[in-house]
Each structure stands twice: as structure tokens, then as C-alpha cells.
Design a protein around this ligand. Structure first.
Ligand SMILES: *Cc1c(COP(=O)(O)O)cnc(C)c1O
Length: 493
């Protein structure tokens, strides 16, 4: 089905509808009694007017042109795109969960509170933390929440000069951003030739103004920070705290715990590691765990268990306050709890063993054809460099576009920025060996094309509905309703 993809607005005909409603049985709303006339809109919003079948076909067609884990291999590094077991969906749709109202009194929702409590306990165990909050709605919000707690801790100690958060140059962009939003200045620490934090540089930048070090381990290059205990000692001796970005914990489940490595605060992305669906801006969940001396600062209310009953503790004078209305994204919590329970402790450990095995297998298949900047055992992801191909005039962006012709979602590209022409792959634990073999064949073919017929790669994609797009134009110059007639012009200018 390779016909041109129209926009839904192009099917629109004035007066056509995709619904039928019964006659109104109650008096119509008198708008003038609700809103002053000058505040009411005078013309209808320009929404597409289409039949039910048209809208059904439109979205079905779009869905088949989308990349998703359910339709194809999606090796996006640093943002775990793993399979979302459908059993999670069944649990989240159970009426007793799906039909709850956040204003129901505690005695009516003890089951939901029990689920949240048990999930907190599971995450405490997985991360090696003393207490957990499920409130934050995303990884980035978890980072901010954690940093606000670190800030409250230093302020409570009268330690007001701690204004700096140290972040490695390979860190996810949300790390320095969260530090800034939490009122800190972020300071960069360099990566050394091993692909790990440069210890000498860390010693240089740490000082009495250090509030925290933010780190992910394995780091964003997919390498385990072997010196983590020494780093923890350096930061703690200086009076700072260690923050663990656990958005992607696929390498450590049941094997290593941030709490044991010396971290004081951790956030986990339930929508990555714990199989909540994500991408496209869906609901996330970024629970935060802390060690004992930060518990007082956790967002309130805190879920506690007393005499076999669950209740919300609001009496928390040192809390940083609420970070999200109600109690977090409950549906994602149900999915994560279902996943953790179905896997069990042994299953979770296997997740990480297979994730690491898959990454190393794929890395070795591709190593002869692309530059491998850090030639050692990787964890759940690895980076390659397209340097060799660039010398032939083929950029990493071209390689990513060419992968679309083979039906693959490309890896993360040009990140981390300390690797030239970087490509970052994360083949998760649920991928079969055959999938990895086929993907490697496509990558190897592209490497050969770069040598023999570079234009094939430079002009890709050839098989998609829309060919190569201007990467930034759509953001800089969105197509407005009245410009549809000029669509071609706008896209190609
Ligand atoms: C995804 C990710 C984040 C941010 O999580 P969001 O839920 O997207 O806000 C932070 N750090 C790392 C390493 C990530 O991969």
C-alpha cells in the first residue's frame, strides 16, 4: 500500500460527520449564561469533517507506517525500547484499577494502595534504597525531584554554598537540564580514553561547592564505571551526594544495585526498564528512591503501612512538597508491578543477562565493518562510530536513513557527542538471535554500499512514503491549516 499519505484534513468535507447522537433529552446549554458574549468564539474550530470509515482507514494506514517495538526491531540506544508484554495491559484494564477515582476515600482503595506499596518495596529492593516515592511522572521529573531533595538536605545543614552539580560529558541531556531547573549550576566532567569518567578531572572539579554528582552506570556509552566506589568516596568526602540516573537499568537488574555502589538517590523509568509503553509522549513514571538521610525530604504524601492498612502520611514537615497531582501515573505502576511479578527475581536477572549478551553479540557482528571506539565488553548498549564511512562521503545520518529502507528504526545518532559520527545501539533482551543476525546483515550491506555506491546511502530512504525530510523545517515552520493547498511547496522549500 504505497499510495500517497494524505493528511486527515484533505479528506474533510463540510458537514460530513463520523458520529450520530440521539436527540437531546435535556435543555440545551445556554452559553450566554455561562460565558460573556465577547469571550465566546464566533466561528467553529477548523476540525476535519470525515466519516467513521475514513477516519478508521486513515489511522489504520498511519499505524502501519509507524515504527514500533511491536512491528519491528527498534535498537534505539539510551532510551530502552523493549517489548511491552500484553499481560500488563490486561492488568491495567481490570475494572477495579481502571475505574478508580482519585478522590475515593482510602478505605475504598486499599487494593490499589497495596499495589503501590508493593511496587515501592520491589523498587527499593531492586535499587538498594531505603524508601521510594512513585509520584514523579517521568525520568526527568524524577531527576528534578531527587535534586530538590539533595538541595533541601544541604539547606537543612546550613550548607548553602553547594551550588554545583557535576555531570559527565556523556550524560543524557536531561541531567544538566534538571540540575539547572533545580537551581544548581552544572559542571561537566570529562570522559577519558577508557570511555569512563576521568578520575583526575573529577578530583579537579569537586570541591566544597559540590552538591552532587549525577551519573548513570553503566554509562551512556554502555560501559560500566569500574571506579564507582572510588568516585563515591571522593564525592562523599567532599560532602556531596550521588545521584543515579536509572532510566535504563536493563544491565543491572538482580546483578548490581545503585545503593550498594554508593548512590544516595536513584530514579527509575518504569516506562523503559519496566515495560511501560512509551514514545509519542504517553504517560511515564519515574519513581525516586533515597537512602535514609534523605527520607524526610521525599514528596508528600508518603504511602505507609500501619496495622495491616495503607494510608497517606501528610505529616511531613521537611518534605519538598507535592510534585504531581494525586499519586503518580497509576496505570503505569500497575503495568510495572505486573511485569516485576511475572518475571520474579530470577527472571529479572535473566533480563539483564540476555540484554548484555545481545548487545555484545551485535557489537561483535558489526565490529569488522564500523569503528568501535571502546573495544571492550559492553553492557546493555554500545556505540559505534561512522568515521570510516564519513571518509567515503557517507554520514551517520545517511546510514540511519538507509536503515529505514530495510524496515528498521535507526539507532540513536550523534549522541553521546564525545564520539565522532556516533551510533548507539540497544538490542534488548527480548530480541531473538535471528533478528540480530538480520539487522547485522542490513548494517553490513550499508557499509558495503558506502564503499561501492555511496549515493544509494546518501539518497536514502528510497522505499518510505515520504523521502528524506528536512530535519528541522517541520519544527521551525509548521504547516498551518490554511496552507494545506500549498503543502508540497512548504515541505520542499
Ligand atoms: C529517557 C532518559 C531520561 C529521561 O526520562 P524521561 O521519562 O524521558 O523524562 C533520563 N536519563 C536517561 C539516561 C534516559 O535514557
Amino acid at each position: 500500500m504505497n499510495k500517497e499519505q494524505k493528511l486527515i484534513f484533505e479528506y474533510s468535507k463540510a458537514g460530513r460527520t463520523g458520529y450520530s447522537l440521539p436527540e437531546l433529552e435535556v435543555p440545551d446549554v445556554d452559553m450566554d449564561a455561562i460565558l460573556p458574549a465577547e469571550m465566546q468564539r464566533t466561528d467553529s474550530p477548523e476540525l476535519p469533517e470525515v466519516s467513521e470509515l475514513q477516519i478508521m482507514r486513515h489511522y489504520t494506514a498511519l499505524s502501519t507506517r509507524n515504527h514500533g517495538v511491536d512491528s519491528g526491531f527498534y535498537p534505539l540506544g539510551s532510551c530502552t525500547m523493549k517489548y511491552n508484554p500484553k499481560m500488563n495491559e490486561d492488568s491495567a484494564r481490570l475494572k477495579g484499577f481502571a475505574h478508580l477515582h482519585p478522590y475515593q476515600p482510602d478505605y475504598q482503595v486499599q487494593g490499589a494502595m497495596q499495589l503501590m506499596y508493593e511496587l515501592q518495596e520491589e523498587l527499593k529492593e531492586i535499587a538498594g534504597m531505603d524508601e521510594v516515592t512513585l509520584q514523579p511522572a517521568a525520568g526527568a521529573q524524577g531527576e528534578w525531584t531527587g535534586l530538590m531533595m539533595i538541595r533541601a538536605f544541604h539547606e537543612a545543614n546550613g550548607d548553602l554554598i553547594r551550588t554545583k552539580v557535576i555531570v559527565p560529558d556523556s550524560a543524557h541531556g536531561t541531567n544538566p537540564a534538571s540540575a539547572t531547573v533545580a537551581g544548581f549550576d552544572s559542571v561537566t566532567v570529562k570522559t577519558d580514553e577508557r570511555g569512563l569518567v576521568d578520575l583526575d578531572h573529577l578530583k579537579e572539579v569537586v570541591g566544597e561547592d559540590t552538591a552532587a554528582l549525577m551519573l548513570t552506570n553503566p554509562n551512556t556509552l554502555g560501559l560500566f564505571e569500574e571506579d564507582i566506589q572510588e568516585m563515591a568516596a571522593i564525592i562523599h568526602q567532599a560532602g556531596g551526594k550521588l545521584y543515579y540516573d536509572g532510566a535504563n537499568s536493563n544491565a543491572i537488574l538482580g546483578i548490581a544495585r545503585p545503593g550498594d555502589m554508593g548512590f544516595d538517590v536513584v530514579h527509575l523509568n518504569l516506562h523503559k526498564t519496566f515495560t511501560g509503553p512509551h514514545g509519542g509522549g504517553g504517560p511515564g513514571s519515574g519513581p525516586v528512591g533515597v537512602k535514609k538521610d534523605l527520607i524526610a525530604y521525599l514528596p508528600k504524601p508518603l504511602l505507609v503501612k500501619e496495622n495491616e492498612a495503607y494510608k497517606w502520611d501528610y505529616d511531613r514537615p521537611e518534605s519538598i512538597g507535592r510534585v504531581k497531582p494525586f499519586y503518580g501515573n497509576f496505570g503505569i505502576n500497575v503495568r510495572a508491578h505486573t511485569y516485576i511479578r511475572t518475571m520474579g527475581a530470577e527472571g529479572l536477572r535473566k533480563v539483564s543477562e540476555y540484554a548484555v549478551l545481545n548487545a555484545n553479540y551485535l557489537m561483535r557482528l558489526l565490529e569488522p565493518y564500523y569503528d568501535l571506539p571502546y573495544n571492550k565488553h559492553c553492557k546493555h548498549e554500545f556505540v559505534l562510530s561512522g568515521k570510516r564511512q564519513k571518509q567515503l562521503g557517507v554520514r551517520t545520518l545517511d546510514i540511519a536513513k538507509r536503515l529505514l529502507d530495510f524496515g528498521y528504526h535507526p539507532p540513536t545518532i550523534y549522541f553521546p557527542t564525545n564520539v565522532e559520527e556516533c551510533m548507539m545501539f540497544e538490542p534488548t533482551e527480548t530480541e531473538a538471535k535471528e533478528t540480530l543476525d538480520e539487522f547485522a546483515d542490513a548494517m553490513i550491506r550499508i557499509a558495503k554500499e558506502a564503499e561501492e555506491s555511496p549515493e544509494t546511502v546518501q539518497e536514502a530512504p528510497h522505499t518510505t512514503v515520504i523521502k528524506r525530510l528536512d530535519e528541522t523545517l517541520a519544527a521551525r515552520k509548521p504547516v498551518l491549516r490554511h496552507e494545506f493547498s500549498k503543502k508540497e511547496e512548504v515541505y520542499q522549500s
